[in-house]
Write a protein that binds this ligand. Structure first.
Ligand SMILES: *Cc1c(COP(=O)(O)O)cnc(C)c1O
Length: 418
């Protein structure tokens, strides 16, 4: 294969329909065997998913964990309806941001006391970037920002930079090494690119940023819950992420902010609300920041969605993220293989890297009329999503997606092009 065609997938010289019977028998049998051997397969029972749906959009909105409706019902009827204001203490509402942060922390490789849940990813990015700029060594003037980033990160970075007197420099993650210098204050990177599904090398990039004397902020929206992150192990400074994608917290579920323990005492939040005060109920006019993770809080936590998230995190009990990663790679490999078998040559092109070390937990395929193709897939019971201008995204969430789902999704795509 030449470089130009290396990412082409598809069956040469055969229409998908005629290719179907032989390929179908072999791939469907393989899928059944892989599902039977899958140690995580039974975790699908922890989710309430429509029976006949292939759901490959958990990288946008995770599925509903079966325990959530009952937990939310209790929060609303008993904790709120009966206990009322007593629930701030008796139901643990007040301490929920740090408690749920600690529940989530192992999934991103953080020891307890460094992750705070609350607010949106956008708001946490603002806290992280301004906080990082205020922690940076004086005299440094530049904020390097992932040029391919999800738009909100770029918008927020521009404002944070303006507020802190830094200049934003857009940089492709592959070119960060060359762009670092003794004028670099802060670097904002995405662990996995939301459009292409490319995984960036967090350990190496973090080390390089530190070698240049700067701080790094990682956005984990598309990696947390899908692969090992290792925030503590790799010495990350600050990180943010959402909880409604691979963490299944539900629509608009609160995001989180990680501030490494070594930075907490100097972390100067740009949103020092009363919840981050050392003594919130002293109601003093002077602001005295809380120590530890609580300093990342702002105002009253969004209890209903936060406690839905707490119940949702129960699906991770007994699950090792390394196992999730292994299954994710096997699923995406198998999906690519099925696409190659079922989709006529030249119709789609994989945007997501083949190399495991550079692949997140999604497969992005570029094709003509991608918007219409995705609408047709959804009409046939295979839910992925479309990103402008020409990308089909398929998210593989190993807790509830199996190999038969991957096979059916690729076969359905083949039929659409057949
Ligand atoms: C999903 C996502 C967001 C979402 O931001 P919100 O403030 O939660 O809407 C931000 N950044 C990235 C990289 C994302 O993938």
């Amino acid at each position: 294969m030449s470089d130009a065609t290396a990412n082409r997938v598809g069956t040469p010289a055969r229409a998908a329909d005629s290719a179907d019977s032989a390929d179908f028998a072999g791939l469907a049998a393989r899928a059944a065997r892989l599902d039977a051997e899958d140690g995580l397969g039974k975790l699908r029972e922890r989710f309430a998913l429509p029976e006949d749906l292939v759901y490959l959009d958990g990288n946008s909105l995770g599925a509903l964990p079966a325990a959530v409706p009952g937990a939310v019902d209790d929060v609303i009827r008993r904790q709120w309806g009966e206990l009322l204001i007593r629930s701030w203490d008796e139901s643990g509402w007040w301490t929920a941001p740090e408690r749920i942060g600690d529940l989530l922390a192992p999934l991103v490789g953080a020891a307890a006391g460094q992750v705070t849940v609350g607010d949106s990813t956008s708001v946490n990015l603002f806290k992280a970037l301004v906080g990082a700029a205020r922690l940076a060594a004086p005299g440094r003037t530049r904020m390097l920002v992932d040029a391919a980033t999800f738009p909100t990160d770029g918008y927020i970075a521009a404002s944070a930079a303006r507020m802190t007197g830094l200049e934003v420099v857009p940089v492709e993650p592959g070119e960060v090494l060359g762009a670092l210098g003794d004028d670099t204050a802060v670097v904002l990177l995405n662990h996995v690119d939301y459009r292409s599904g490319r995984l960036h090398d967090l350990p190496a990039l973090t080390a390089a940023v530190h070698a240049a004397g700067a701080l790094v902020v990682w956005d984990l929206c598309h990696s947390a819950g899908a692969l090992p992150v290792g925030l503590d192990a790799h010495g990350v400074d600050l990180a943010v992420g959402c909880t409604y994608k691979y963490l299944n917290g539900g629509p608009g579920a609160p995001a989180y902010l990680y501030v490494a323990a070594r930075h907490q005492d100097a972390f100067d939040s740009p949103l020092p609300g009363w919840n981050s005060h050392a003594e919130p109920f002293a109601m003093t006019p002077e602001y005295v920041p809380a120590r530890g993770a609580a300093r990342a809080r702002v105002g009253t936590p969004d209890i209903l969605s936060m406690l839905a998230l707490e119940a949702a995190l129960g699906v991770w009990e007994g699950v090792r993220i390394e196992e999730v990663r292994a299954k994710s790679l096997a699923l995406t490999d198998f999906f690519l293989e099925c696409v190659a078998a079922y989709v006529p040559a030249g119709k789609v092109e994989a945007v997501t890297p083949r190399e495991h070390g550079e692949r997140g937990s999604q497969v992005s395929l570029r094709c003509a009329n991608a918007r219409e193709v995705m609408a047709e897939l959804i009409a046939r019971g295979v839910v992925g999503d479309f990103r402008a201008p020409d990308v089909l995204r398929f998210g593989f969430t190993p807790l509830y997606v199996g190999f038969a789902d991957a096979e059916r999704a690729a076969r359905t795509l083949g039929h659409i092009f057949g």
